[in-house]
Ligand binder design. Sequence first.
Ligand code: ARG
Length: 374
Amino acid sequence: MPTTNNCEKSRSSSKNQNNCQIKVMRKLFNEMQQDPQCKSMLKRNLNKDLFERLINRRTKMGSTLMDVIRSGLMNHDSNIGVYAPDPDAYQIFSDLFNRIIDEYHNFSATEKHPTSDFGKLSDFIDLDPENKFIISTRIRCGRSVKGFPFNPCLKEKQYKELEQKISTILLKGGAGDEELKGTYLPLTTMSKEEQKRLIDQHFLFKEGDRFLQTANACRFWPKGRGIFLNKARTFMVWINEEDHIRIISMQEGGNVGQVFGRLQRAIRMMESSGLEFVRDQRLGYLTFCPTNLGTTIRASVMIKLPKLSAQKQLFEATANKFNLQIRGSKGEHTDSDEGMYDISNRRRLGLTEYDAVMEMQRGVQQMIEMEKSM
Ligand code: ARG
């Protein structure tokens, strides 16, 4: 199984190597299509015809179809199964991406993402003033820095450049705002105990995500990776995990307004620092995974709804009705722990930042009402 990415070896790759890779890809493609357990969007949307049509395409940086679908081919339990190795891949492989984007975000190939609009902050409320249901609220967004490709094409030097650039801005930029002030902890110097503690507290990204690994997103790990965080642990920035930048605002309880307000201040601080982010005419902010395009906003609550969640069908139907996604309490690809769920907006593309967060607020409000009446 070739695990080096193509943009790295594009210049030198011989015809033989290429043929060998196509053979491997065909074999993995057939295995996926024949696996009844595989329910990914990749499987549903990449039929044999389209597969053959895309098989010889390359982006300007040399990324191939294999770079786009390797994670899904090697992880049949993927929900989605594709990543964009570089920004250009969304164009070159648009026949595949557009189908998946439409299925995930309900955003067709002719639609255009609206301009950024965070709307009126005072419309966002405390969803659980009595602290009965919501453990914590978290809103995050992702950004890619202009002039750099995504993970699979980043060189070691570029990881370090990005880390240096972003951490410097954070250390300076937050100075004027008590809540945005913090320290930067590079993964390279973090002890295993501290790393584990930060992961258990849901502040830091997990290590060894096999979906990312097989997408070639973890090369040179832990180099260039790290977390900036404030003292109160209510604001943090992840550097070079899945995206160049993940900006996160979170706190205990259900106050969506406070969490969203802090995130907006952090975004403004980073924008005014001179960092330029990649934004596409049609797809909005570009990210490594197509589920995060557009606003890149994921607004979530960690919540206990013992009665509603006991009625699995109703719980899931309500989530679908309000465009919400239910995850287990330990994050993505996990089950619920002690009846605790992570509930968030599902769509991030084709709607404004205001609407993305509002979808979560409305849906969770409704779920709490249902729980109360049971
Ligand atoms: N590639 C993984 C899958 O298909 C994750 C997809 C969405 N999550 C993410 N962190 N980008 O299940």
